[in-house]
Design a protein around this ligand. Structure first.
Ligand code: RBF
Length: 164
């Protein structure tokens, strides 16, 4: 199937570990709320579908994608979590803010993960326009929130199972 038509949220061919014993944080940016809420719905329901317990999912909003890093940092400091999912949507505009925000959140998510030795998942759409974002938040390209949730489960499982 051509990549441009592929629904990347189809996990039927992959093995996803049982999420029942893991505790998850979800940080959701309020900018482009229609999109980020759709990402959140996808992520939350995927965690539940793969066995996570609702009481073990801690969701907090942050103003924009730039704040996802500090949001994840705060959650990892204050809650005993196995993974944090960061959800945001940055849409290309006329200014260079797009590049600054995308770069900052990508680096920030990576750094906070290494700092806490915990998986922090980059579930941020960086698109040219609103339609591309809609297509990836429950549209024809699936829901990147689902994919972020599955990544969080797989990484929590990896952290639990790797030993010397
Ligand atoms: N936050 C987003 O999550 N997505 C955006 O598309 C977005 N665009 C922005 C454009 C401008 C010009 C500015 C100043 C901020 C934007 N933000 C966006 C908010 C940003 O992530 C952050 O919340 C603020 O810059 C405050 O630190």
């Amino acid at each position: 199937m051509a990549t441009y038509l592929k629904n990347l949220s189809d996990f039927s061919g992959t093995q996803v570990p049982d999420a029942v014993k893991y505790r998850f944080g979800i940080v959701v940016a309020e900018w482009n709320a229609e999109i980020t809420n759709a990402l959140y719905q996808g992520a939350y329901h995927s965690l539940i579908n793969y066995g996570a317990v609702a009481e073990n999912i801690y969701t907090y909003p942050v103003p924009g994608s730039f704040e996802l890093t500090s949001g994840a940092d705060i959650l990892l400091q204050k809650l005993d979590l196995d993974a944090v999912i960061c959800l945001g949507c940055v849409i290309q505009g006329e200014t260079r803010h797009f590049d600054f925000i995308c770069q900052a959140v990508a680096n920030g998510v990576s750094n906070v993960s290494i700092k806490h030795h915990k998986p922090v998942i980059f579930g941020v759409l960086t698109t040219d326009n609103q339609q591309q974002a809609i297509d990836r938040a429950g549209g024809k390209h699936g829901n990147k929130g689902d994919e972020a949730a599955v990544t969080a489960i797989k990484m929590a499982h990896l952290a639990e199972t790797v030993s010397v």
